[in-house]
Design a binder for this molecule. Structure first.
Ligand code: PGA
Length: 253
């Protein structure tokens, strides 16, 4: 059984005062929730990572970063090393998010470099993939996702001792209030599972968690999580409100 990963992506939100207020509510609420079979992760902005670690110490909350470089150190102005993240107790790194690809021009090749480096330096990459609305309308969804998965993972050959997560986030569903239907998501998730099977074999492919992201809410989480190949969610907007994210974390498995 794959453990369900319920992950929040705060994007470029929250000052330290807001982070404090959030965790006061969230950690208290989390104590009342049955977390068996679930893993909770939040990815604050870089500036709030150390403080978030301090506030969540001893709680079930794991932390993620929203990007990272592929090198340990060096002349990479504006980048953050996976070693710096590890030092803070960060376990996950979201990579290739649609906003990185579409606003900041990150290509499949660049994302692949980041995935390889983050993995090599001991953190768990969450590789995000997903088609635009035009690509879906032109029946290109599976082709695009296949390319993003295959190139994104090309630096990762050996997975038997380590973890990796994929997040399917259709670009047209991110921040739009339009969620993929559970059937639409499941079709792509099972396609990704097949791609993983070809890359790593059945045993490993069955262990890798594939998250859905794009307008996930307390209302639609249950129908998504019920699909056989949806192993969790990556939540943007609804993770910013502790009460809403608590409801998402309360989903019955
Ligand atoms: P959303 O964002 O939940 O606000 O649609 C999801 C994401 O970008 O990870």
């Amino acid at each position: 059984m794959r453990q369900i990963l319920l992950a929040g992506n705060w994007k470029m939100h929250k000052t330290l005062a807001e982070v404090k207020a959030y965790f006061e509510v969230f950690l208290k609420g989390l104590e009342k929730i049955d977390l068996s079979g679930k893993e909770i992760m939040i990815a604050p902005p870089f500036t709030a990572l150390a403080y978030s670690r301090k506030l969540t110490e001893g709680s079930p909350v794991k932390l993620g970063a929203q990007n990272a470089c592929w090198e340990e150190k060096g002349a990479f102005t504006g980048e953050i090393s996976p070693m710096m993240l590890k030092e803070l107790g960060i376990e996950y790194v979201i990579l290739g998010h649609s906003e990185r690809r579409h606003i900041f021009g990150e290509t499949d090749e660049l994302v692949a470099k980041r995935v390889e480096g983050v993995f090599r330096l001991g953190l768990t990459p969450i590789l995000c993939v997903g088609e635009t609305l035009a690509e879906r309308q032109n029946q290109k969804t599976l082709e695009v996702v296949k390319r993003q998965v295959e190139i994104g993972l090309k630096g990762i050959k050996e997975l038997s001792q380590r973890d990796l997560v994929i997040a399917y986030e259709p670009v047209w569903a991110i921040g739009t209030g339009i969620t993929a239907t559970p059937e639409q998501a499941e079709e792509v998730h099972s396609f990704i599972r097949d791609s993983l099977l070809r890359l790593y074999g059945e045993e490993i492919a069955n262990k890798i968690r594939i998250l859905y992201g794009g307008s996930v809410t307390p209302e639609n989480i249950a129908s998504l999580i019920n699909q056989p190949n949806i192993d969790g969610v990556l939540v943007g907007g609804a993770s910013l409100d502790p009460e809403k994210f608590l409801k998402i974390c309360s989903v019955t498995l």
